[in-house]
Write a protein that binds this ligand. Structure first.
Ligand code: MD6
Ligand code: FE
Length: 168
């Protein structure tokens, strides 16, 4: 995906669910249509919905009913710069993040961009639930180290389940 500044995101992204997160020359936003195909995003598989709902509850939140799943694919050396997830209308709902494939270093910051960050290694199968006081915390993914994962090959895939629509 392109950025407003005319660059490209190094992480490859797609979505499933009612809406998907996109970035292009006009900026970033959630949209019902995949700009690459001109069609709606594929439906969120019911197994994905169960994983998101159960992970949110296991972490002490209300059951999450995700309407978006952002799928990120990292190849070696690609990274995600420090950002906040604040394009969702429902900030009371947590985000459920599933890591698959190569391990990565996730950087958890604070509510200010310049707050110190904590490094957390996320391995295939790890699930992070992100909400409450840290819902708007800055975070990033460090450049992916080269490697070969048994199932995913030379890449890391991250699924983040979100509730974008305002609460019913
Ligand atoms: C990633 N994840 O792990 C990128 N955002 O590839 C995120 O940017 C993220 O994992 C909000 C909540 C959880 C996350
Ligand atoms: Fe994020």
């Amino acid at each position: 995906m392109a950025t407003r500044g005319g660059g490209m995101l190094s992480v490859a992204m797609t979505n499933c669910g009612k809406v998907g997160w996109i970035s292009d020359a006009r900026g970033y936003r959630y949209d019902r249509i995949d700009p690459l195909t001109g069609h709606p995003w594929p439906e969120l598989p019911s197994l994905f919905g169960s994983v998101a709902r159960e992970a949110a509850m296991a972490a002490g939140y209300d059951a999450l009913a995700p309407d978006a799943c952002l799928v990120n694919r990292y190849e070696p050396r690609t990274k995600l710069s420090l950002h906040q997830d604040r394009d969702e209308l429902d900030l009371a709902a947590p985000i459920v993040s599933v890591s698959l494939g190569l391990a990565a270093t996730f950087l958890f910051g604070g509510l200010q961009r310049n707050a110190p960050t904590r490094k957390v290694r996320v391995e295939s199968g790890d699930v992070v639930v992100w909400g409450g006081a840290s819902r708007l915390a800055f975070h990033a993914v460090a450049p992916l180290a080269a490697g070969e994962h048994r199932l995913a090959g030379a890449c890391r895939i991250n699924l983040t389940f979100r509730r974008v629509a305002s609460p019913a």
